[in-house]
Design a protein around this ligand. Structure first.
Ligand code: HEM
Length: 416
């Protein structure tokens, strides 16, 4: 047993809360709903992955690959980019090439990927993030206020989809009042129609799926290419041009953003809000915002919106004492690595080896994290402001079934 694995068990035990208190009952409710969310998406796989992860930190599963379930070892794989690649035959990267072309970050490795990431180093300054998120955040605020006041309820999942769609429209460089402009929600659906092509255990897309994905990308391409050619640095495509990207590179990068940056966010924000409401923490957070960053970070650890990452081993080696061969498919169980650290508890610090693992590590670390954090914080702040004026509660909810990324299908908030 590795030291990291022993440490994980010790911390998980330390997080246990005494039974029979109101706080404990609320905590149990919060954790039970989270489990339902996972089981809704993967009723068979989730218990298996968690069960196997609890047995051994590294486990060879015949026919499937090598399952890695301990945070330090997950990180080791992500950092060893010469030994484990993302764009291999069974990793998730190569899947996208027929849809978005070869330059979409997620399907690149090595020097070419490193150079592109370096050129994108200054992409998200606080000012550029604000320019992208602010208009969508203003629309979110107006909608939440209106629906809560007029209809007495608001579906947070639908609101976050619209927020994500608003961010996509900024990323594409769509002019605010362009004739025929797609509504934010339609843009979200378009992005989602691309990302939902992926299914667990299916390493390639069928010809029909590729055609569907390409027709969605073609719709997105129109405004991107127009904004790129106009070269206005106030638009996102114009900014990519300023950073030295070719038109095709800009197109690939934006497609990657639309594909991977929407589902995770729509999965996370409602689960964050549900966790805080169920565990009885809203009142305290509405009064004291200094505790918000720790609560968000802990909710990311506990929900793990990107539950599994894939890599291909390209050289023989060993991982936590288990032999790994070139050609092995490596299944990185971020979900077990993070959740096995214990129950939802914002007061506990995340151990070093697990820190931000839900955004990845190494060369493919989530480039959209500043954007994601701005979208998360803006939504939570808005809901906490509303709560401080007049408390709301969760009036109805449904978990999504049979989806790749676990989440709520609906989370309705209503004033008490
Ligand atoms: C809570 C929200 C999010 C989570 C948990 C998340 C998580 C991740 C993770 C784990 C990776 C690494 C995957 C791997 O190494 O295999 C990643 C990569 C990436 N993320 Fe995010 N992400 C989130 C939001 C976003 C947003 C909002 C965007 C952009 C709009 C975005 C864009 C990207 C891109 C482009 C990559 C690929 C980077 C590369 O391969 O170099 N993500 N994300």
């Amino acid at each position: 047993m590795t030291r990291g694995f022993q440490e994980t068990r010790r911390r998980a035990a330390a997080r246990k809360i005494p039974v029979n208190t109101t706080a404990n009952r609320q905590q149990n409710t919060a954790e039970r709903w989270e489990r339902r969310v996972h089981l809704g998406a993967h009723p068979v796989l989730y218990p298996i992955i968690r069960g196997l992860g609890g047995l051994r930190p590294v486990l060879r599963i015949p026919g499937l690959g090598v399952l890695v379930s301990e945070a330090g070892l997950v990180r080791e794989v992500l950092m060893s980019h010469d030994a484990y690649v993302k764009n291999g035959p069974s990793g998730s990267g190569a899947l996208w090439t027929p849809v978005v072309g070869p330059k979409a970050l997620v399907n690149m490795d090595g020097e070419e990927h490193r150079l592109l990431r370096r050129r994108l180093g200054d992409l998200f300054t606080p000012r550029s993030v604000e320019g992208i998120v602010e208009p969508a955040a203003a629309a979110l605020k107006a909608r939440v206020h209106e629906e809560l006041e007029v209809h007495g309820r608001v579906d947070l999942v639908d609101c976050v989809k619209e927020l994500a769609g608003g961010v996509i429209s900024r990323l594409l460089g769509v002019p605010e009042h362009a004739p025929g402009r797609l509504a934010d929600r339609e843009l979200f659906d378009l992005g989602s129609s691309i990302s939902s092509l992926v299914r667990l255990g299916r390493p390639t897309l069928t010809a029909r799926q590729v055609a569907k994905g390409r027709s969605a990308v073609d719709v997105l391409a129109g405004p991107v290419r127009a904004a790129y050619r106009e070269s206005d640095p106030d638009t996102f495509p114009g900014r990519l041009r300023e950073l030295g990207m070719s038109e095709d590179e800009a197109m690939g990068i934006i497609s990657a953003f639309v594909m991977v940056g929407t589902e995770t966010l729509v999965s996370f924000v409602p689960r964050l809000v549900a966790l805080l409401a169920d565990s009885g923490r809203l009142c305290e957070l509405a009064a004291d915002r200094s505790a918000v960053p720790a609560a968000v970070n802990e909710a990311l650890r506990f929900t793990v919106p990107s539950p599994m990452m894939l890599r291909d081993a390209v050289v023989d080696g060993s991982l936590g004492g288990t032999k790994v061969l070139a050609g092995d498919r490596i299944l990185l169980s971020t979900i077990h690595a993070a959740k096995s650290l214990g129950g939802f508890d914002p007061a506990q610090a995340t151990p070093q080896q697990a820190r931000q693992l839900w955004f990845g590590a190494g060369p493919h670390f989530c480039i959209g994290m500043p954007l994601a954090m701005a979208e998360i914080n803006t939504t939570l702040e808005l809901l906490l402001d509303l709560y401080a004026q007049r408390p709301w509660h969760i009036a109805a909810r449904q978990v999504s079934r049979g989806v790749l990324i676990p989440g709520y299908r609906k989370l309705e908030l209503a004033h008490a």
